[in-house]
Design a protein around this ligand. Sequence first.
Ligand code: ADP
Length: 204
Amino acid sequence: MEGFLLNVKSTNISWHRALVDREMREKLLGQNGILIWFTGLSGSGKSTIASELEMRLYNMGRLTYLLDGDNVRHGLNSNLGFTKEDRIENIRRTAEVCKLFVDSGIITISTFISPFKDDRDKVRKLLGKDFVEVYVDCPLEVCESRDPKGIYKKARNGEIKDFTGVDSPYEVPDNPEIVVSTNLDTVQQCVNKILDFLSCKVQE
Ligand code: ADP
């Protein structure tokens, strides 16, 4: 499995060690940095569950940051489209940003369709033990009937190309840490499942 370091153009650079390190920040915050990576079809419920999870963590006094797939495409990744190459770069940049957030001690939550196994495995490799993959499982027909952003309709009309589940594949994770099934369980049940998993990981 290859990592993200394929197209390295920076030379003559060295790593600067700061005086304040991750351990010190985590001690200050009373929590451990971690990345909760949501993956699943559009409309499966990634944003809904992630937002509710973040609110629950906030109410528990935890410092979090949510990186939303659409929002990141408004700024950092606004120059990327939806070709395979651009999707890979979208995930690579996002993963590097997530790594910085985790290093800052923050409970980092990301919601990206991230349809390709290979890309998700690269994120796993980059983050190591700090990576928690949450597969938001929901049948395509249900996602399409929800169509919260009206995009399946556009994809079926041919207005959007390379749309995951329609004319671009979604590769189901082989071994995610957590699976939530949003066509079977309520939002709160899904969030509880994730919080149960995290309870031992984010404590001081
Ligand atoms: P995604 O971020 O994966 O594209 P969204 O969270 O934007 O998906 O949309 C999911 C839609 O499905 C929302 O309209 C939400 O209210 C609805 N929904 C219904 N049941 C659930 C559930 N159990 N979990 C999450 N979302 C649900």
